[in-house]
Design a protein. Structure first.
Lengths: 270, 217, 496
C-alpha cells in the first residue's frame, strides 16, 4: 500500500519518535510511506476550545493536503493518534459547514473516510494482529477516550500488543477512565485535570509494569508528566514504538535515558 | 399576551429559528415480546426470581389452595383491609382464623388514619411483567383505590399466572386501552438508595410485599 | 442560647445559600478549587459513583435490545420537540377533559406565583413535596417560605439536603455528597423527632425518616410534584420513584400541583414502554424502580380531587432554538452521565454552581440562562465556564439513555461562549494565544518553522522541567514537562 502519514502537529514537533516508529513499522511490513509536507494540524485544539472560525483555515489546509488520496495518490491515510483521526472524522466537516463551506465539508468527509488510526489500519485495512514485533517487557495499556469512544477501536490495540513476542501485557485498573488531558482542559481546569491524571498515574504504577502505552501522545504526555512527577519510574511509549521494535531492531531507549528503564525493564515488580 | 400564548409562540419561534428538519417517526426496533412467552412457566419463574431479587416474598399456590395461602400470609396480623370487588372466597380462611377483614367500599371509604392503623391489605392485580418483576395495579374494584395499597405496612398481592407477560411493552399495550385509570407499578417493597447508594428496603410504602402467584389461574 | 460539645458540626454545603438556583456565583474552576480539597467528599463520591456504574452496566447489558431502546428514546424525544406546540395544546386539552386545570408559566417567578396562589386558596400552611428538579430550578420552597408556607421535602435525600441547608449535588441522589455518618449527624441535630441513640446504619436512618414524615403525609392537604413524563394523547402524568413518598404525596392530599418543564411531554401512551425501560436501568441501575405512579386528571373517589398542572418555559425555548444545544432538552434526568463522569466524580455537583450539575448540567444550565440559539451569555458569567468543565472523554454520551451527544454540544457551546452571535467577542488570553497558534497551522511551511522552536527549547531548558511560571504552572502544578526532542519529525524525515 501507499500510505500517507498524518503526523499530527504534536507528534511532529514534540514526539517525533511516534512518527518515526510508525514509518519504521509500516515500511517493515512492506508498505510505502509518504509524508505530505503541506500538513500542519487537524484543528481539534481550536475547535475544542471554542474557536471554530479560527479552526477553519487549519481544517482547509489539512483537507487540501490529504485530498489527493481521493485521486489515488495514496491508498489510505494513517495517523498515530485516535484523537486527531477522531477530529478528522467527527469535527472537520462540521467546522467547514459552520464556516459556510459546503464543498470543503464534503471533501473533509471523503478524506476522513480514507483516514485510519494506526491500530485500525493494521487490523482492519491490513488484516494484521501479529506485526512481528518483539518487546521483552511488562507493559500496561491505557485506552484513550477518543480512540475508544469516538473511533471504537475496541480491542484492536490489545490484540496487537498480545501478539508482540515476549511482551507481558498487564491489565490497568479503571482503564476506561479519562486521564484528564482534554487539550486546553488541562490548563483551563488545571486542578480537576490534575486530580484525574494523578489517579490515572497511580493506577498505572499499581500494575508494576515499567511501561505504559497508548495510541496517542497527547494523553501520554499528560500521563507521563504525572508519572514523572510522582517518581513512578514508568516510561510512556506510543503503541507504534512497541510495534516497531523487533529482535533485529529493538526499541532504543535513546540517549540520556535512565539506566533503570534499560536494565530493570525486562520484568517489572508486581 | 397571556402566558399560554407567549410560551406557545416562543416554542414556535424557537423551532423555526433552529432550522432543524422534522426527524420523522422514531425508530422502534426494540422487542415488543419478552424473551419468555406471556403466561408460560418460564415467564412465571422469571417473574418470581426478579421479585425475590427485590426481596419481596413470593409464594406459589393454586386456586384451590389460595384461601389457605392467604391465611398463611396473614397469620400474624389482626386486621386486613380488602377492596370491595375482591373475590371474597379468598379471605374465607383468614376470617375463620379470626382476623378482622375490613372491606373498603366506595360508599363508606376508610379514612387515611384508619388505613394507617390496619396491618395489611389484600388485593388482586391487573398485569405482571416477568423481565422486571413488576406488578401493575389499575384501580379496578378487585384492587381498590390507591391509598388502600399504600398505607398498610404489608401488601399481599395475588397474581394469576395468566396475568404474567414477558416484557414492559406487552404490559403497556395491555394497559393502554384505559389510560384514565390510576396506575401503580410495584416492583418490590419500597426502597431507597439515597444513603451512599446502598439499597435499603422499606421506607414509606409497604415495607413488606408478599406476592401470591396462582399457577393454575 | 447555649452551646455544647458536638453541637452543630453540620455546615451547609455550599456555605452560603445561593440566590439563584441556576447560578451560584463562582466559575467552575474556582468552585472546583474548593471542592477538590474536600477529601471526605471525594471519597463519598468515588464510592457512590463506582457502585452505581457497575449496577447500571449489569442491567443494561441484560437487555439484548438496549441500543434499539436508546435509538427509540432519542427518536421519540426528537419528534416530540419538533411537534412541541401541538403536543402541549393536546396535553392541555387531555388534562382538562379529565378534570385537571392547566397553567402556563413563562419563567420561575410566574410558576412560583401560580403555585403559591393555588396553595393559598386551599388555606394550607404546609405542603408535602415529591422530589422534583424543576421546583429546585425555580426555587419554589424559598418562595413558598416567603409566603408563610412550609414545604416539606419527602424524598430521603431531599430531606437530608433540606435539613442540612445544602444545595443538591446530584440529580438523582441530591445528598450524594454526604456519607452515613454525616447524615446521622444531620438528623440528630436538625430533625426534631429523631430517635435517641440514632446510628449510622442506612436502614436505621431510613426508618427515622419514615417516622418523621408519616404524620406529615397523613395530615397533608396539598402536595407538589414534578413529572417524569406527560402523555399528550391521554393527559397521563407519571412519576417514577423508590421510597413510596411519591405515592404518599400523589395519593393522600386533596390537592395536587404538578410543575413540569414543557420538554417533558411525550406523544403517545405507548411511548411509556420505551422510557419505563430506559429510565430505571440508567438511573438507579435497577430493572425497574419500586414504584411508578401514573394518573390522568382527577379520578373520583381515588386520590387528589383537585389537580393542577403548571407548564413551565423558564429558558427552555431558548435552548430549543439552538440546533445542537436543544438536545439537552431530551434529558430524562436519569443522572447516568453524572455517575460516569470523571470530572463530576472528583469535583462533585456543587462545583457546577447549579441545580443541574454534571455533564448534562454543563450543557443545560448555560442554555436555560441564555447561551444557545440567538441568546447571549457574558463570557465572564460563571455559567459560561460550564461548557469547558469537561475533558470531552465521551463517557456521558455512551451512558445517555436517549443518546444526547453531550461532547458535541459542549464543543458547540464553547464556540457560543467565545463567539456570541451578533456580538464582537472581546479578546482574551485564550483568543490571542490560540489566534497566534492558528496562524502557524494554516500551512505546512509555517508549521515547519514554528515547530523548530521545540528543538531550540530542548537545548535551552533543563532535561527535567518541574516548575514553570504562570501560565505554564497550570501544567506543571501536577505534571513534569516532557523531554523535548532535538529534531522535529519533518526535519528528520527530510534528512533521511
Amino acid at each position: 500500500m501507499r500510505l500517507a502519514l498524518f503526523t499530527t502537529c504534536l507528534v511532529d514537533a514534540v514526539f517525533p519518535q511516534a512518527a518515526q516508529a510508525t514509518v519504521r513499522l509500516l515500511e517493515r511490513l512492506g508498505h510505502e510511506v509518504d509524508v505530505p509536507t503541506g500538513q500542519a494540524c487537524c484543528g481539534q485544539m481550536h475547535v475544542n476550545s471554542g474557536f471554530q472560525k479560527q479552526a477553519l483555515p487549519i481544517v482547509r489546509n489539512h483537507v487540501r493536503t490529504f485530498a489527493p488520496v481521493l485521486d489515488g495518490q495514496w491508498d489510505a491515510i494513517v495517523g498515530p493518534s485516535g484523537s486527531c483521526v477522531g477530529a478528522a472524522r467527527h469535527q472537520q466537516a462540521m467546522v467547514a459547514r459552520r464556516g459556510g463551506d459546503e464543498k470543503l465539508a464534503g471533501l473533509a468527509d471523503a478524506v476522513a473516510a480514507r483516514t485510519y488510526e494506526l491500530s485500525q489500519l493494521l487490523v482492519d485495512a491490513l488484516g494484521l494482529t501479529d506485526v512481528g514485533a518483539w518487546f521483552p517487557h511488562a507493559v500496561t495499556y491505557h485506552p484513550t477516550c477518543h480512540s475508544m469512544r469516538m473511533l471504537h477501536v475496541g480491542d484492536r490495540p490489545t490484540r496487537l500488543l498480545r501478539a508482540v513476542a515476549d511482551l507481558d501485557l498487564r491489565d490497568l485498573p479503571e482503564a476506561d477512565s479519562c486521564c484528564g488531558f482534554g487539550g486546553t482542559f488541562a490548563l483551563k481546569n488545571s486542578e480537576t485535570s490534575g486530580a484525574m491524571v494523578t489517579d490515572k498515574a497511580r493506577n498505572i504504577a499499581s500494575t508494576g509494569a515499567p511501561f505504559v502505552t497508548a495510541g496517542d501522545w497527547s494523553c501520554l504526555m499528560n500521563i507521563s508528566g504525572a508519572l514523572d512527577r510522582q517518581g513512578a519510574g514508568v516510561r510512556a511509549l506510543h503503541l507504534a514504538e512497541i510495534l516497531a521494535s523487533t529482535r533485529e531492531d529493538p526499541w532504543d531507549p535513546g540517549p540520556g535515558q535512565s539506566g533503570a528503564v534499560r536494565a530493570g525493564a525486562r520484568t517489572g515488580p508486581r | 399576551m397571556n402566558a399560554r400564548s407567549t410560551v406557545l409562540d416562543a416554542v414556535r419561534k424557537a423551532l423555526d429559528a433552529s432550522g432543524v428538519p422534522d426527524p420523522g417517526p422514531a425508530p422502534r426496533a426494540y422487542r415488543v415480546e419478552g424473551a419468555v412467552a406471556a403466561r408460560s412457566t418460564e415467564a412465571v419463574d422469571l417473574f418470581v426470581g426478579r421479585l425475590e431479587d427485590y426481596r419481596a416474598t413470593v409464594v406459589r399456590t393454586t386456586s384451590a389452595e389460595l384461601p389457605a395461602t392467604v391465611a398463611a400470609a396473614l397469620s400474624d396480623v389482626t386486621s386486613v383491609v380488602v377492596p370491595a370487588g375482591l373475590d371474597l372466597s379468598w379471605v374465607r380462611e383468614v376470617r375463620e382464623a379470626g382476623v378482622d377483614v375490613q372491606v373498603d367500599a366506595a360508599a363508606a371509604p376508610r379514612t387515611h388514619a384508619e388505613l394507617d392503623a390496619i396491618a395489611a391489605v389484600l388485593t388482586a392485580s391487573r398485569v405482571a411483567i416477568a423481565e422486571t418483576g413488576t406488578i401493575a395495579l389499575d384501580g379496578q374494584p378487585d384492587q381498590g383505590r390507591r391509598a388502600l395499597t399504600l398505607l398498610p405496612d404489608r401488601h399481599v398481592c395475588v397474581v394469576a399466572a395468566s396475568q404474567v407477560v414477558g416484557s414492559v411493552p406487552e404490559a403497556v399495550r395491555l394497559l393502554a386501552p384505559h389510560p384514565e385509570r390510576p396506575l401503580t407499578w410495584i416492583s418490590g417493597p419500597s426502597a431507597t438508595s439515597d444513603i451512599e447508594l446502598v439499597r435499603v428496603e422499606g421506607v414509606h410504602g409497604p415495607r413488606d410485599l408478599r406476592v401470591l402467584v396462582v399457577q393454575d389461574a | 442560647m447555649s452551646t455544647y460539645l458536638g453541637m452543630p458540626t453540620v455546615r451547609p454545603m455550599p456555605a452560603h445559600a445561593p440566590d439563584e438556583p441556576l447560578r451560584w456565583g463562582q466559575s467552575f474552576p474556582a468552585a472546583a478549587h474548593d471542592t477538590l480539597r474536600d477529601t471526605q467528599l471525594r471519597a463519598n463520591l468515588r464510592k457512590a459513583t463506582h457502585t452505581i456504574r457497575d449496577k447500571r452496566l449489569a442491567v443494561t447489558a441484560e437487555l439484548p435490545d438496549w441500543e434499539d431502546l436508546r435509538d427509540a428514546g432519542a427518536g421519540i424525544k426528537a419528534s416530540a420537540m419538533a411537534a412541541l406546540p401541538e403536543l402541549l395544546e393536546q396535553l392541555e386539552a387531555s388534562v382538562q377533559a379529565r378534570g385537571g386545570q392547566v397553567h402556563w408559566a413563562r419563567d420561575a417567578g410566574e410558576a412560583n406565583r401560580i403555585v403559591t396562589a393555588i396553595v393559598q386558596a386551599t388555606g394550607a400552611r404546609e405542603i408535602v413535596k415529591v422530589k422534583s428538579m424543576v421546583t429546585q430550578e425555580i426555587g419554589l420552597n424559598e418562595h413558598l417560605a416567603d409566603a408563610g408556607i412550609e414545604a416539606i421535602e419527602t424524598d430521603l435525600a431531599e430531606l437530608i439536603v433540606q435539613l442540612a441547608g445544602d444545595m443538591p449535588s446530584h440529580i438523582l441522589v441530591p445528598a450524594i455528597h454526604r456519607n452515613r455518618d454525616q447524615i446521622r449527624e444531620i438528623f440528630d441535630a436538625r430533625m426534631g423527632d429523631a430517635p435517641d441513640g440514632l446510628t449510622s446504619d442506612p436502614a436505621t436512618l431510613a426508618a427515622a425518616a419514615r417516622a418523621h414524615l408519616r404524620a406529615r403525609f397523613l395530615r397533608a392537604e396539598v402536595a407538589v410534584s414534578g413529572a417524569n413524563f406527560a402523555i399528550a394523547q391521554t393527559g397521563t402524568i407519571g412519576v417514577v420513584e423508590s421510597e413510596g413518598n411519591g405515592r404518599m404525596c400523589l395519593t393522600l392530599p386533596r390537592t395536587l400541583i404538578t410543575v413540569m418543564g414543557i420538554e417533558k411531554v411525550l406523544p403517545r401512551f405507548e411511548d411509556l414502554e420505551v422510557f419505563l425501560q430506559l429510565l430505571p436501568r440508567s438511573s438507579t441501575g435497577e430493572r425497574m424502580n419500586p414504584y411508578t405512579s401514573m394518573w390522568t386528571g382527577v379520578t373520583p373517589g381515588d386520590g387528589p380531587q383537585e389537580f393542577h398542572l403548571v407548564l413551565l418555559d423558564n429558558g427552555r425555548t431558548r435552548a430549543l432554538a439552538d440546533e445542537i444545544g436543544r438536545t439537552a432538552l431530551h434529558c430524562i434526568r436519569c443522572s447516568a452521565c453524572l455517575n460516569v463522569c470523571p470530572v463530576y466524580e472528583r469535583t462533585g455537583g456543587h462545583a457546577y454552581g447549579s441545580v443541574y450539575p454534571g455533564p448534562i448540567g454543563a450543557i443545560l444550565t448555560p442554555q436555560l440562562l441564555g447561551i444557545g440559539g440567538s441568546g447571549v451569555l457574558d463570557p465572564h458569567d460563571p455559567a459560561a465556564s460550564l461548557p469547558f468543565a469537561s475533558s470531552l472523554c465521551g463517557a456521558c454520551y455512551d451512558a445517555c439513555p436517549v443518546k444526547i451527544d453531550i461532547p458535541t454540544a459542549l464543543v458547540h457551546l464553547r464556540d457560543r461562549v467565545q463567539h456570541p452571535p451578533g456580538h464582537r467577542a472581546r479578546p482574551t488570553v485564550w483568543s490571542v494565544a490560540l489566534g497566534f497558534v492558528a496562524l502557524s497551522m494554516r500551512s505546512g511551511r509555517a508549521f515547519r518553522w514554528v515547530g523548530r522552536i521545540v528543538p531550540v527549547l530542548a537545548r535551552v531548558l533543563p532535561r527535567r522541567v518541574r516548575r514553570l511560571p504562570f501560565p505554564g504552572s497550570l501544567w506543571t502544578s501536577s505534571r513534569d514537562l516532557p523531554p523535548l526532542p532535538r529534531q522535529t519529525f519533518r526535519d528528520w524525515w527530510s534528512a533521511r
